[in-house]
Write a protein that binds this ligand. Structure first.
Ligand code: COA
Length: 176
C-alpha cells in the first residue's frame, strides 16, 4: 500500500491553491468513494477539475474560510475544512470537517488536522467550532471527544445513507 510506513511528520500540511485542483479533485473522488461517512457522495463535492478549481478560488479569497490538506508527495491524502459564518451574529462560529484516506488513517493525521483547525480558530478569534458526525462513526466521535468537542444533541434520521436513515450527532468546541 502507498505510504505504508509514513509517520505523521512525513506529511506536508498546507493551504490549498488553485494549482492543486487536479490532485484535490482526485482526492475527493477517492475519499467519497471509500467511505459513506460524509453527507456528500462521489461527484457531489465537485463535478470536474474546473469546478474544484472554483471551490479552491472561493476558499482562497475568503479569509474566514480554510481549506487545508495533508500531502504525501504529489498526492493529497487528508483534508480539513472550516467555514465561518458570513454575518455579524455568526461570524465567531465556524463549521468544520475532516477526512483522511483509509490508507493513511490511524497515523495521527486526524488529530493534527483538528489541531490545525484550533489554530485557525485562535488566529481569527473564534468562539466556537462545530460539526456533525454520523451516530455510528465511532472513530470520528472518539477523535472529536479527545480533542475537546462536546456532544450537544442528535439530529434524528437526518440523512439517508445506503438505503437507511442515519442520525447525526452535533458536536462543538467552545473557546473561553
Ligand atoms: C475518523 C478519521 C478522521 C480519523 O482520522 P485518523 O487520522 O485516522 O485519526 P488519528 O490517527 O489522528 O487518531 C486520533 C484518534 O481517533 C480515534 N480513532 C482513530 N481511528 C479509530 C478507529 N478506527 N476506531 C476507534 N477510534 C479511532 C482514536 O481515539 C485516536 O486516538 P489514539 O491515537 O490516541 O488512539 C478518519 O479515519 C477518517 O477520515 N475517516 C473517514 C471519514 C470520516 O469519518 N470523516 C469524519 C466525518 S465527520
Amino acid at each position: 500500500m502507498p505510504g505504508m510506513d509514513a509517520a505523521v511528520n512525513d506529511y506536508d500540511i498546507r493551504v490549498a491553491t488553485t494549482a492543486d485542483a487536479e490532485a484535490l479533485f482526485r482526492f475527493g473522488e477517492t475519499l467519497l468513494a471509500e467511505t459513506s461517512f460524509f453527507v456528500r457522495g462521489p461527484g457531489e463535492r465537485a463535478r470536474s477539475v474546473g469546478e474544484m478549481r472554483e471551490v479552491i478560488e472561493r476558499f482562497d479569497t475568503l479569509p474566514h474560510y480554510l481549506l487545508l490538506n495533508a500531502w504525501q508527495g504529489a498526492e493529497a491524502v487528508a483534508e480539513a475544512v472550516a467555514i465561518c459564518g458570513d454575518f455579524s451574529r455568526n461570524q465567531y462560529t465556524a463549521t468544520v470537517g475532516i477526512g483522511v484516506l483509509a490508507d493513511h488513517s490511524g497515523r495521527g493525521l486526524g488529530r493534527v488536522l483538528m489541531q490545525e483547525l484550533d489554530g485557525f480558530a485562535c488566529d481569527l478569534g473564534l468562539r466556537r467550532l462545530e460539526l456533525t458526525v454520523m451516530a455510528h462513526n465511532t472513530a470520528a466521535r472518539t477523535l472529536y471527544k479527545k480533542v475537546g468537542y462536546v456532544e450537544e444533541g442528535t439530529k434524528r434520521d437526518s440523512l439517508f445513507v445506503d438505503g437507511g436513515y442515519v442520525s447525526e450527532i452535533m458536536m462543538a468546541k467552545v473557546f473561553a
